[in-house]
Ligand binder design. Structure first.
Ligand SMILES: Cc1ncc(COP(=O)(O)O)c(C=O)c1O
Length: 368
């Protein structure tokens, strides 16, 4: 690793992911300060960065914990002594529940969302056998139709959930992923308010029914600043804000401006065509989405996967620009950060474009 320290980032072997440490810390602290000013907690989602080291930085900045989607991610974080883990997706198969048990032994304050009573019973029985307790949140479908119970059934299911001896109901999760990227801030605000106020009313009903419901979580980079104004919301779980990507750079934000802390470097490896050049980053290096990556270190160039296959990308000119030369290193903001990061082993960390560190993306590939 030390062989890279002190190199200019353009000297790294490409394709490679680099993180500008100043921008990363700016993003982490800016989110933290915002939440503290609103009197709510941040439990950032590690599904984006998949990196224990960044999770640790978020906790040091004041986060109340770290969210993950999968139990294998939770186990990795627990081994790295990360506290306040919330698993935001159901755990259903028995072998995964066994891993949950291991997580709980390492990190007893871990929480899990639940959206099914049969599933709750199975987990409860397993935990009882191990003499373990688990804090849980009832997951409410915020409108994606992905996980979560429908609004009309929340109260009844919460009452049942509350009866399990080894599950301690702490509140609700209501995540509305389908509205995070609505470009128009007014439309996004209207949509998010409607959903989270509805969830907030249910939270109040649960409290009135004598059920503990101190937590209301959900929210992503697109709606956190809207959701923080809903009085019942106690915490937010944004992920992408840490490193940002082109999809999020394209939407309108009210105030907080997060910086594109992570970029990809790719090298021009063939220049025999008059219309384009070929670079060494294709679909194996950059997850393909409708939003194309943006080239930020040379003007008037656009990237496209354009059928070049797994290992190659195509770079073309616009506005009478000039094609890059053989060996040029291009710097890109990727279309969608999470699945792109999942393709790499390491982040190279830079300050003023010089490599100062290298962090393992230790949760990558942990999709189970
Ligand atoms: C349940 C849940 N919470 C939070 C997030 C974080 O969202 P974002 O990366 O848009 O900030 C996601 C992202 O998919 C998610 O699935």
């Amino acid at each position: 690793m030390s062989e890279y320290i002190g190199l200019h980032k353009n000297q790294l072997n490409t394709p490679v992911l680099v993180i500008d440490k100043t921008k990363l810390l700016n993003n982490i602290h800016s989110m933290q300060e915002f939440a503290e000013a609103k009197g709510i907690g941040v439990r950032p989602h590690a599904k984006t960065h998949k990196c224990s080291k960044i999770a640790q930085l978020q906790l040091e900045a004041g986060s109340i914990g770290i969210c993950v989607t999968k139990v294998s991610e939770a186990y990795e974080l627990a081994k790295n002594k990360i506290k306040g883990i919330l698993i935001t997706s159901p755990i259903v198969s028995l072998n995964k529940m066994q891993i949950l048990v291991k997580v709980l032994k390492l990190a007893p304050d871990t929480m899990l969302i639940i959206d099914n009573l049969v599933n709750a019973q199975t987990i409860n029985e397993l935990l009882a056998r191990h003499d373990l307790k688990l804090n849980v949140l009832l997951d409410i479908d915020g409108g994606i139709g992905r996980t979560g119970v429908v609004f009309t059934e929340v109260i009844e299911i919460a009452k049942q959930l509350n009866k399990f001896s080894n599950l301690c109901l702490k509140g609700i999760q209501c995540y509305a992923g389908h509205i995070q990227h609505i470009a128009d801030i007014r439309l996004r605000t209207k949509a998010s308010k409607e959903i989270l106020q509805k969830a907030g009313a249910i939270k109040q009903d649960l409290v009135d029914a004598g059920i503990e419901c101190s937590i209301q979580t959900g929210s992503g980079t697109g709606t956190f600043s809207i959701d923080a104004n809903i009085p019942t919301v106690s915490e937010i779980q944004p992920g992408s804000y840490t490193v940002m990507d082109q999809e999020y750079s394209n939407i309108e934000f009210a105030d907080n401006k997060f910086l594109p802390a992570m970029t990809m470097l790719t090298t021009v490896i063939s220049t025999n065509q008059s219309t384009h050049v070929t670079v060494d980053a294709g679909t194996k290096a950059m997850y393909k989405v409708d939003t194309k990556p943006t080239i930020i270190n040379q003007q008037n160039l656009i990237y496209d996967w354009d059928g070049f296959g797994d290992e190659h990308g195509k770079v073309m000119v616009i506005n009478n620009g000039k094609l890059p030369k053989l060996g040029d290193v291009l710097e890109l903001v990727v279309g969608h950060c999470d699945p792109t990061i999942n393709l790499f082993d390491k982040f190279y960390i830079t300050e003023n474009d010089i490599v100062i560190d290298c962090w393992e993306i230790d949760l990558r590939g942990k999709c189970q």
